[in-house]
Ligand binder design. Structure first.
Ligand code: GLP
Length: 260
């Protein structure tokens, strides 16, 4: 796993966007795995800026989102489908038929989950999966104790995740209790993983994911099993890492390292 520490949220976002841009420049028809949450917003804004300046083209890109709340239709302001539309898709040229977000309103979840997995495979698999991290160490909605081999399925959200995400809803009771999410196994099959984290509230989760044991209690620790995983953190999110100097030494010595 490569750990890169940037001074602040903007620098973290710029470097992450640069990695996505590098992929699109070498593979214009790449399959991108998209994430929601407040952390990747800066990364999306940077991609939108590059697109508007003519540096990026998404016309052949295919996207798969990680997860969605169960019970929220795509036009609900707190749904992840709506979030993606507002914060990314409506600003760039990904063709509508190339956008895939799990359905939070299907009548048959097991069938939909099977279809989602098959669709990813049919498209050749995900080239680069963008990830955030929950304060309990989850990726997508793979809450503690999720199998590290899990596939797309329904998950019950943990109390901590409901508390964390309540800020986006009018009342805590409005936060859905269930979500449909790619599994850890699904995520690990992406050819490249890119996790972004910012702020003190993520410091403990990042330290556990990067330097702790691989455990289903911290599903982000499964990134340690991946051969091409990059974790980009800002100073605050890096504050509990013990091997910081080593990560900085490796990054500084890397000749072809992208620079934000
Ligand atoms: C939700 C999402 C995750 C995301 C996490 C952190 O739980 N399902 O994909 O990583 O929130 O969100 P934020 O970046 O807002 O802290």
């Amino acid at each position: 796993m490569e750990v890169v520490i940037r001074q602040n949220y903007n620098e973290m976002s710029k470097l992450a966007a640069q990695m996505v841009a590098e992929l699109l420049n070498t593979k214009p028809n790449a399959v991108l795995g998209m994430a929601t949450g407040s952390t990747p917003l800066g990364l999306y804004q940077e991609l939108v800026r590059m697109y508007k300046q003519g540096q990026l083209d998404f016309s052949r890109v295919m996207t798969f989102n990680l997860d969605e709340y169960v019970g929220l239709p795509g036009n609900h302001p707190q749904s992840y489908a709506y979030f993606m539309q507002e914060n990314f898709f409506r600003h760039v040229n990904v063709p509508a038929q190339n956008i895939n977000v799990p359905s939070g309103t299907t009548s048959n979840y097991p069938a939909f989950c099977d279809w989602y997995e098959k669709r990813i495979a049919e498209c050749g698999g995900i080239d680069l999966q963008i990830l955030g991290i929950g304060s309990d160490g989850h990726i997508a909605f793979n809450e503690p104790t999720s199998s590290l081999s899990s596939r797309t399925r329904l998950k019950t959200l943990s109390k901590q995740t409901i508390d964390d995400n309540a800020r986006f809803f009018e009342r805590r009771e409005d936060v859905p209790v269930y979500a449909i999410t790619m599994g850890v196994g699904t995520i690990l099959e992406a050819r490249q993983l890119l996790l972004v984290a910012s702020g003190k509230s993520k410091a403990s989760a990042i330290a556990q994911a990067v330097e702790g044991p691989v455990t289903s209690m911290v599903t982000a620790s499964a990134l340690q099993l991946h051969r091409d995983a990059t974790v980009i953190v800002d100073e605050d999110a890096a504050s509990e890492l013990t091997m910081r100097e080593y990560y900085e030494f490796i990054y500084a010595a890397k000749p072809a390292a992208p620079r934000a």
